[in-house]
Write a protein that binds this ligand. Structure first.
Ligand code: G3I
Length: 431
């Protein structure tokens, strides 16, 4: 007969205290399960708690849901990370633990003899190999054909389309055209998307930089902006560069409009805003010249430690990787390892390796070695989830317009022909 507290006063069937303790514990467990069921990362599907779209659904040290919401299935990207991807996802090859491997290949599924950068990355246990894409490329058919080849690229980043000047050029007026166009390509191809970027001092519209806002007003502008942009793309983004380029070269904070007005707490505030807007996206802080160890990387380490200490939502460090041929740091792997040791994932987010023009066979050979070494550093650390090159062809590189007399930083040349750097990447993943 079950214990009923209502009849306790009769004293006839009073259970021993050990049973009462057990019962209290059971009630606690039931309450905890009920609480977990209400958490935002999970949605109920036929009585089973499932991860939402693009949510994590498995992997080592993962104690969350292992099934996916309707329309999604659990794909193993690497032993550490399984993700809920749409059932129509053309490269999906694994089902959740209760399902079986898909039997039919889609037309875009690579044949066993196929080669490609994304295939090499996958073979090395990485989640993706990707490229930035700027909107002018969208009308360039030969360019798009290579970009859409998932043997080569399983992830895209909009080079400009989601930045503040593109998304909120006037206060409270949002435009999604550019970012949505990049999203549409990623969706059509079944590629992951990285969001770029919420709080950055550059490419800000003048109404933000010249607004002379006080702390409270700028905080609310920044939080609203990030919530709106991240919210617009909710459920469709793998990771966001929430904060971009927050550091000076010596590891101190860069004096941006956000830092000067709000103070260093702008970083945790904008991270919280992003988390509130999309519980599934991984939230990153991204910077350049943090490729190897040094003062700037140490600044990032200290920031991640303090964010973790205050329980701010931080999931990843983005190492941009804008490098120079023959000058690639030798401490990239050690640097990735020191970030990983803090309990965050790491990605190389904007890799390109530029040279002084003109291009020569010697410089191309050195560039190949440099790419190989950077990729090898990521390949050697499980927490390094993927690599994105900052566009894939020299045709659309940002470098010549900024560095006089320099260029040719990418693995495909201006005519969309592969350079030795391409083989360097493949070799780096295989090393
Ligand atoms: O939108 C205008 C267009 O209206 C005008 O006709 C044209 C004339 O030059 O300029 C266009 O704006 C350009 C914009 O890209 C969009 O194409 C800017 O001049 C140009 O400066 C801007 O460059 C971008 C740069 O960020 C700005 O900082 C690059 O494309 C983009 O690749 C680059 O990306 C950054 C990352 O976001 C952060 N890390 C460094 C990386 C390289 O600088």
């Amino acid at each position: 007969m079950p214990y009923n507290p209502e009849i306790k006063s009769t004293n006839i069937l009073e259970p021993p205290s050990s049973i009462k303790t057990l019962e209290v514990m059971l009630k606690l467990i039931v309450s905890l399960a009920t609480l977990l069921a209400t958490l935002p990362f999970a949605t109920a599907t036929a009585g089973v708690y499932a991860s939402g779209p693009w949510g994590q659904c498995g992997g080592k040290i993962w104690f969350g849901p292992k099934t996916c919401a309707v329309g999604y299935h659990c794909k193993e990207w690497n032993p550490w990370y399984y993700q809920c991807v749409p059932v129509a996802h053309p490269t999906s090859t694994h089902q959740s633990s209760t399902s079986t491997r898909t039997s039919s290949r889609s037309s875009t599924t690579p044949s066993p003899t196929s080669t490609g950068l994304a295939l090499s990355a996958k073979a090395a246990g990485k989640l993706y190999f990707g490229s930035a894409l700027d909107n002018p490329g969208l009308t360039d058919e030969p360019y798009l054909a290579i970009l859409s080849d998932k043997n080569q690229f399983t992830q895209l980043t909009p080079a400009n389309g989601m930045k503040w000047e593109s998304t909120e050029p006037s206060r409270g007026v949002y435009t999604w055209t550019q970012g949505d166009a990049v999203l549409a390509v990623a969706k059509k191809n079944g590629q992951l998307l990285r969001g770029h970027t919420c709080a950055w001092h550059s490419q800000l519209p003048s109404w933000v930089t010249a607004g002379n806002f006080d702390n409270a007003t700028l905080t609310s502008i920044m939080v609203d902006h990030c919530k709106t942009v991240v919210g617009h793309y909710k459920g469709q983004i793998y990771s966001w560069d929430v904060v971009n380029e927050a550091f000076n070269e010596d590891g101190t904070f860069r004096e941006t409009v956000f830092y000067n007005t709000i103070g260093p707490s702008y970083i945790s505030k904008v991270l919280h805003a992003a988390r509130e807007a999309d519980h599934h996206a991984k939230l990153y802080i991204n910077d350049y010249n943090i490729d190897g160890t040094g003062a700037k990387s140490t600044g990032m380490v200290n920031l991640i430690k303090s964010l973790k200490a205050e329980r701010a939502p931080i999931d990843g460090v983005g190492i941009q990787g804008h490098l120079i041929v023959g000058q690639v740091p030798t401490t990239i792997q050690a640097n990735i390892e020191q970030f990983a040791a803090l309990g965050v994932e790491v990605a190389i987010t904007e890799l390109d390796i530029r040279m002084e023009l003109p291009v020569t066979p010697e410089k191309l050979a050195q560039q190949k070695e440099d790419y190989k070494n950077v990729i090898k550093a990521c390949a050697n650390v499980p927490a390094c989830v993927g690599v994105t090159i900052w566009d894939y062809t020299d045709k659309y590189s940002w470098v010549p317009s900024v560095f006089d007399g320099e260029g040719a930083p990418l693995p495909w040349d201006e005519n969309l022909v592969k350079k030795p750097a391409y083989d360097g990447i493949v070799e780096g993943f295989a090393a």
